[in-house]
Design a protein. Structure first.
Length: 306
């Protein structure tokens, strides 16, 4: 065999002694205490702290955390914060939904417990509509009262005036009067939103308390802001005078009273809302012999009573 050189012997000794021996350790190992993390530390421990327990100051191979570990810790903390906020918002939203659903269920249960709720609602609705219609109708009715009709008795024309002897129904001899005349009337409706329907009581022509003649006026209608002329015949035939009137017509001077009553009705909302007007007119004048068969103006001889 060949003798080994010093270098070969050294290589063989090194190979036989692999792996290298670790330095001798002390007989007593250092003690470590494990403490459970708090709630605030959970976020930091989600993916580890980045430093091993070997980094304790008592370990001989103590080292500090690298910048890579710090960046991982900050990004992990931000992710944990967002996850926690999202979880809290989801819990709050679900709680609100449960509260709203429970409130709706309670209201539904309350409505189901009251079988007359719909009846009361319909009743209140009908009552409200009735009140609104009543107020509206009252306003229209009040406005219509500010538009009373205008009635003017223009004049009278005596066409026939005759006094002759005769007998009354009981056979008593007396003077008998026959009269035929025409009364002209102008009627105007000043209203802007309703028409009027007019009826009249019989026109009465009296001498003191003695009725000499009468006449019937026909019904008529006057539209909005319009007028109408009416001519009514007033006549009397064989009216007993019993000496109250002189038979001599050339000396005739007879004080007369003409009475006219008109009833006007306005249909504001059909027949639901109506307004009535009553007009009473009394005209006092004197019939003279020289005015027979001539028109007499009565515009300033009449008084109106509403």
């Amino acid at each position: 065999m060949h003798a080994k050189t010093d270098s070969e012997a050294t290589s063989i000794d090194a190979a036989l002694s692999w792996p290298p021996r670790s330095p001798p350790r002390s007989a007593t190992r250092p003690l470590y205490y494990v403490q459970s993390p708090s709630n605030h530390d959970v976020e930091k421990m989600s993916f580890g702290s980045g430093c091993s327990p070997m980094g304790s100051p008592s370990h001989p191979h103590y080292y500090h955390c690298s910048p890579i570990h710090h960046s991982r810790e900050s990004s992990t903390s931000r992710f944990s914060d967002r996850a926690l906020l999202s979880y809290q918002s989801i819990r709050e939203g679900s709680g609100r939904r449960r509260y709203i659903n429970s409130a709706i269920d309670e209201e539904t249960d309350d409505g189901d417990d009251d079988p007359f709720r719909n009846v009361r609602l319909y009743g209140c609705l009908l009552l409200s509509l009735f009140l609104l219609f009543s107020i509206f109708s009252l306003i229209l009715w009040g406005a219509s009262k500010s538009y009373p009709p205008k009635v003017v008795v223009k004049g009278m024309l005596v066409r026939n005036f005759n006094v002759q002897a005769g007998n009354d129904l009981s056979g008593v001899p007396t003077d008998m009067l026959s009269l035929n005349s025409t009364v002209r009337i102008f009627y105007r409706n000043p209203s802007t939103f309703f028409a009027v329907h007019v009826t009249a009581l019989p026109l009465l022509l009296r001498y003191s308390n003695l009725l000499l003649s009468s006449g019937e006026m026909e019904k008529f209608t006057v539209g909005r802001k319009s007028g109408r002329n009416i001519a009514t015949v007033v006549h009397g035939h064989q009216i007993p005078l019993y000496g109250s009137v002189s038979p001599h017509l050339d000396k005739l001077s007879l004080p007369l009273n003409l009475t006219l009553v008109l009833r006007s009705r306005a249909y504001i909302l059909g027949r639901l809302v109506t307004s009535n007007f009553h007009t009473r007119i009394i005209c006092s004048f004197t019939l003279n012999a020289n005015r027979l068969t001539k028109p007499m103006s009565l515009i300033h001889s009449c008084t109106h009573h509403h």
